[in-house]
Ligand binder design. Structure first.
Ligand SMILES: [Zn+2]
Length: 442
């Protein structure tokens, strides 16, 4: 329900529609409307995710998990309602992580949810379709206030592509989206002038070594196959053709094939032992056994020959370039962290994905769209998600600085609204501290 406000002749703001949320101001002479439940976010600057325009000095009334009212007038919180002063703050929709393996870790104590909320993540798409029933229960519990969790979303289809199929063919037969730039060597092969030969030889060799620890292999396949496959990656680098890549992008646009590049997943594979990850201060939020596995696979990666590593890292640079090319061609891009892979820490890894997309050349607004507006369109949920507007879900992030100036500001989180519940900066710090404390002695 959306509460409408309108002015009386006297200039006094009053409630036009009968509502228990806003109390009529009556004849007291007080010029502010009052609400008795929910939250009054006052003096906020709303960022329009469609065009980057800013609406300053707005009051946002949140109740029942929905944005009830947005007004430039003052609204006073009374009774059970709480005012949140958003002076100097920027309000954006909650972030949606469009590629995760969160449900497989749901029974961890603590699981990934506190870190996701602390990083502004209010919804995630999970790859494990078998968890859909459990996800529905999670969403019901979260809506009822029994648990604090981002919304679990299961958007069907194939999760991952068959590496034997070109991404041209996959797009043409109606594949709705491509995760982490494709399977095997990924869609870059289809930007090569020798695409067919390279793919055939690559598959003939058997791209997956035998006799390996599969759990470790999945953490970072490049630690295992990087050396034997480097020559194929190098051939793609040597035969990359921008026009072919542009034609591929046009096919994606024509067929409506979305991209979820998960660049951070690709980078953490191709820079598999980077001190940036190995010495990440946020590793305090990761349980001991997981950290041990990551270190072990990191050690394996560091044993790769230097020239193979250089090839992999050049390949990653080209993947970033192709991501920008696709964005500029009009391909729709979504942010996904692929939590579950090596070095990917829940919540933080989506912030890292924002950084990688920006490094690829996307503007801060485009990056913001990949995690708000675009997922709403992909999921066909524009009526409830994607922008900060009346009637939409009250899943919101309050930022200390303008996210259109820099993607760094997407991490400067002052507060989060999740299903209409409010987490102050102190609450978010507490969520993180709880995770760190639980894993401190592992
Ligand atoms: Zn994945």
């Amino acid at each position: 329900m959306t509460v409408k406000l309108k002015k009386r002749l006297s200039g006094v703001l009053c409630v036009a529609a009968a509502s228990s949320l806003l109390a009529a101001c009556g004849s007291s002479g007080d010029s502010a409307t009052e609400v008795e439940h929910g939250f009054v976010i006052s003096n906020a600057t709303i960022v329009d995710t469609r065009d980057g325009s800013l609406q300053q000095g707005r009051t946002i009334v949140v109740d029942g998990g929905k944005i009830q009212t947005i007004t430039s007038e003052r609204v006073r919180a009374t009774g059970a309602a709480q005012e949140v002063d958003a002076s100097g703050k920027y309000v954006v929709p909650g972030y949606i992580d469009m590629h995760t393996h969160v449900m497989e870790a749901i029974d961890l104590q603590p699981n990934f949810f506190p870190l996701m909320i602390a990083n502004g993540v209010t919804a995630f798409r999970d790859q494990d379709l078998a968890s859909e029933e459990r996800g529905a229960q999670l969403n019901a519990d979260s809506a009822a206030g029994l648990v604090d969790a981002p919304e679990a979303i299961f958007a069907g289809g194939e999760a991952h592509l068959n590496p034997a199929e070109s991404t041209f063919d996959a797009s043409n037969r109606g594949m709705p989206y491509i995760d982490h730039l494709g399977a095997g060597m990924g869609l870059l092969v289809d930007c090569s002038t020798q695409a067919q030969d390279i793919r055939t030889e690559f598959l003939a060799q058997g791209y997956r070594p035998s006799g390996i620890n599969m759990a470790h292999f999945i953490l970072n396949p490049r630690a295992y196959d990087g050396n034997q496959n480097a020559r194929f990656y190098q051939r793609v680098l040597d035969t990359y053709d921008e026009n072919t890549c542009e034609a591929l992008s046009q096919a994606f646009v024509h067929n409506g094939t979305w991209q979820i590049p998960s660049l951070i997943r690709l980078r953490t594979q191709d820079w598999g032992n980077d001190p940036l990850y190995r010495q990440d201060p946020n590793l305090i939020y990761v349980e001991g056994s997981r950290r041990a596995n990551w270190n072990e696979v990191g050690d394996m990666f560091s044993a790769l020959p230097a020239d193979a590593v250089t090839t992999l890292q050049n390949y990653y640079e080209l993947q970033k370039r192709a991501t920008l090319l696709m964005q500029r061609s009009g391909v729709k891009v979504l942010s996904g962290s692929d939590i579950g892979g090596i070095w990917l820490i829940a919540g933080f890894s989506l912030q890292q994905e924002f950084q990688e997309l920006a490094a690829a050349g996307l503007s801060p607004l485009e990056v913001l769209q990949t995690t708000t507006l675009n997922p709403a369109e992909f999921l066909n949920r524009q009526a409830s998600m994607g922008t900060v507007e009346e009637g939409k879900n009250a899943d919101l992030v309050l930022l200390d600085a303008n996210p259109l100036d820099s993607v760094d500001n997407l991490a400067k989180i002052d507060g989060v609204f999740l299903k209409g519940r409010y987490f102050s900066k102190a609450d978010l710090e507490e969520l993180k501290r709880g995770v760190a404390d639980a894993y401190a002695n592992q």
